[in-house]
Design a protein around this ligand. Structure first.
Ligand SMILES: Cc1ncc(COP(=O)(O)O)c(C=O)c1O
Length: 412
């Protein structure tokens, strides 16, 4: 096992010699809309027009009746669950590995997250496992479109319809993804998206809900605004309808969101060009499995999760070698290796400053090892970098670096 070029981890020259190209992602368009927002009647969403402008443009772009901007992906999911009727003690089936926001939003409602195992091709929840987790207490299903990969979206709406349980699509990592020409976020009763800075569209922090359902939209708007009716009732006569929060975005967020929406198609095309090259030039490497793309899916690529299925070297050794080459490769699908392994779930550690298990979790038991495919995937993931700002040289060097490491260890 040798190569004409020694690995950087053994003291050889790095494959990636320059930093990845990441100029400021905000520019003239964001500035234009932000200035318009500042010159408008106010920055609060109830005064200025920029939040509503984004919502109207996004509803048009996503092909749904309503878009509701919020302060984060987590508040978008929490709000959507409330609007779908999730109450204390209800079960919500979701995925074993995703950003913590997906299940923290369930816990915030004193509802019970139930974790489905992962599908090895999509890295999202396996529809078969989701079905197995459904009980008489299940009140919602959250499908998470991980890493921009769009799986079989005939399955999830089918399960939802068959069991009469609303489907919420978490499209945070899949802005603009499609299944047979329908946008992610419009195939369930509602969709929820994050716009934090790692996302295709970013407002620094932010999120939004998509829905065709007028009742869901109305409840969501009430929930993010303490149930105020805003103009429909005289001041002093307000009637508060139910317990709610403040997750109102302001018009600066709306302005940046509008600009980012206008950039989305170019952004997706740039990501697609990079990922096509990875498939064409790395798709045959031994023990490297790239996600299977179904006909009918338009993926909205994020960093590309592949699976390394070899034993020698280990996944961690091969990732360390690629990192030493200067590649932005890592071994994590999400910030944690799995929700079930976190104390907040495993030990039902709910409160910040005391050990007591809250009432709604008293009868719930979590088996840390109940999602074996998720654990296997967590051991195998190798994430390749994808960013709409990368130059051809960034992609050339990344591919060359991966090939160099593979040639050294695996002879191809
Ligand atoms: C799939 C998924 N869901 C939810 C969230 C939570 O979003 P936020 O950080 O905006 O609250 C994220 C953020 O990374 C995510 O990737």
């Amino acid at each position: 096992m040798s190569s004409s070029h020694p690995l950087a981890i053994h003291g050889g020259p790095k494959a990636k010699t320059t930093p990845y190209h990441r100029p400021n992602r905000y520019g003239a368009l964001e500035r234009k809309y932000v200035l318009e927002a500042l010159d408008d009647r106010g920055l609060m969403m109830t005064n200025g027009g920029m939040v509503r402008r984004f919502e109207a443009a996004a509803a048009e772009a996503f092909g749904c009746r309503h878009v509701i901007l919020t302060t984060s992906g987590t508040t978008a999911i929490q709000t959507a669950l409330v609007a779908l009727g999730v109450c204390e003690g209800d079960e919500v089936v979701t995925t074993a590995i995703a950003d913590a926001g997906t299940f923290m939003s369930i816990l915030a409602l004193h509802a019970v997250p139930v974790f489905a195992d992962l599908h090895p091709d999509t890295f999202g929840p396996d529809p078969d496992s989701v079905e197995q987790r459904i009980t008489s207490k299940t009140r919602a299903i959250i499908d998470v479109h991980m890493a921009g990969i769009v799986g079989d979206m005939d399955r999830f709406p089918g399960i939802s319809a068959q069991h009469g349980i609303p489907l919420l699509e978490d499209g945070s990592q899949c802005h603009g993804g499609k299944w047979k020409d329908r946008c992610v976020g419009t195939m369930g009763r509602a969709g929820a998206f994050s716009m934090n800075e790692s996302k295709h569209m970013s407002t620094g922090d932010g999120g939004f809900i998509t829905t065709d359902d007028d009742v869901v939209a109305r409840l969501a708007r009430l929930y993010i605004d303490k149930t105020y009716s805003r103009g429909e009732t005289r001041r002093g006569d307000e009637v508060l309808l139910f317990a709610a929060i403040n997750a109102r975005p302001n018009c600066l967020t709306g302005a940046v969101a509008l600009a980012q929406l206008e950039r989305l198609e170019d952004n997706l095309a740039a990501r697609d060009r990079i990922v096509r090259r990875y498939y064409a030039e790395l798709g045959d490497l031994p023990h490297l499995r790239l996600p299977k793309i179904l006909p009918g899916a338009r993926c909205a690529w994020w960093p590309l999760p592949a699976r390394y299925t070899g034993d020698h070297p280990t996944r961690d050794e091969i990732v360390a070698a690629m990192q030493a080459e200067g590649l932005e490769v890592n071994s994590a699908l999400s910030p944690t290796p799995g929700n079930l392994h976190q104390s907040v779930i495993r030990d039902r550690r709910f409160f910040a400053d005391r050990d007591a298990v809250p009432h709604f979790l008293r009868d719930v038991q979590y088996d840390e090892w109940s999602c074996p495919k998720a654990d296997e995937i967590a051991r195998q993931v190798v994430r390749l970098p994808v960013d709409f700002r990368f130059t051809d040289a960034d992609v050339d060097e990344t591919i060359a670096g991966v090939k160099k490491v593979w040639m050294h260890y695996l002879g191809k």
